[in-house]
Design a protein around this ligand. Sequence first.
Ligand code: SAH
Ligand code: SF4
Length: 362
Amino acid sequence: MNVSGVKSLLNKSSFTKSDLIYLLSLTGDAKTALFEKAAEVKEQYVGRKVYFRGLIELSNICRKNCLYCGIRSGNSKVSRYNLDDEEVVETAKFAWQSKYASLAIQTGELNSNDFIERINNLLDKINKATNNELGITLSLGEQTEETYQEWFDKGAIRYLLRIESSNKDLYHKIHPNNLLHDYDTRLNCLKSLQRIGYQVGSGVMIGLPFQTLEHLAEDLLWMQEFDIDMVGMGPYVEHPDTPLFEYSNTLLPLQERLDLSLKMYALLRILMKDINIAAPTALQAIDPLGREKAIKVGANVIMPNITPGIYRNNYKLYENKPCVDDAADDCKSCLEARIQLTGDEIGFGEQGNSKHYYKKIR
Ligand code: SAH
Ligand code: SF4
């Protein structure tokens, strides 16, 4: 197909799996046409604005053992930490005073009563310290519907739980084979979150071992079918102390994983025009300008890491994690300059909630 053929394909109102496989394999001018179309759709439907979610990595203690993740419970090389409440509240205040307007709290997965209660208390403390003005995203793994409801009632408004891969077979290849790592459980969690009324985010890793373009095309269609409000997806970056590292020699080179991720953002923007698309930090582990490239092809959310610096080095899900030595302020000014370069504006003081979500509930 020539470039004008690709342009007319991109104007279709719905896409088949084979359309998407074809579009994911574009190169040269045809790929540029895809990126241009995504930028146009972004401008038209969500505007040229980037919203911040200050990211707090609460703890790297995890009960799970995902085969790709550097902080899996089986990795005895990790020194485990848990921020104390005061540190979290101070960090949340920093986000609020910096006009980030939104916060994302992420951890390894725990589900004890103490943990659930701790999050309840933390949400109270954060809201009190920030005048209830922060839009709070949680990314705390799989929980019961009751727990999700409690946290929602305490004021969390968004939840991010990646499906990792929408293909059940691939999901089971990258997770231990036991009930703690079950595809249907994860899917049911996502359904609970939707029922409760969260803005629900999901997503996948791109460039996993055993993953094909067909899987990625299915992932895009799954996200559309599930009707997610926001997405967090990005390149898989191998970690040496994980079982999947064994397959490193079967992977696409990192630059190609980045390129494929950019095509995924662009296609998802075209498929789901008004959702929020995050440019994850993993992009920056590959290319110092990775996140800025994502913003140019459809992403509109960035999650600056505001975890106190002394802990950051221990929250390594993957290798080459950037900014692990920076203080949070450095991240702020460096990000501002970087986003200006993309030509977009930062939505300081705006929560930047998912337009898609509000359209659904109207
Ligand atoms: N424990 C929670 C949240 C923290 S992990 C959860 O699993 O949902 C957040 C995300 O990090 C995961 O969803 C996964 O997609 C991503 N991740 C883990 N290891 C990774 C790796 N090696 N490369 C890229 N992303 C990874
Ligand atoms: Fe734990 Fe999340 Fe890492 Fe899995 S991906 S091991 S649940 S932190």
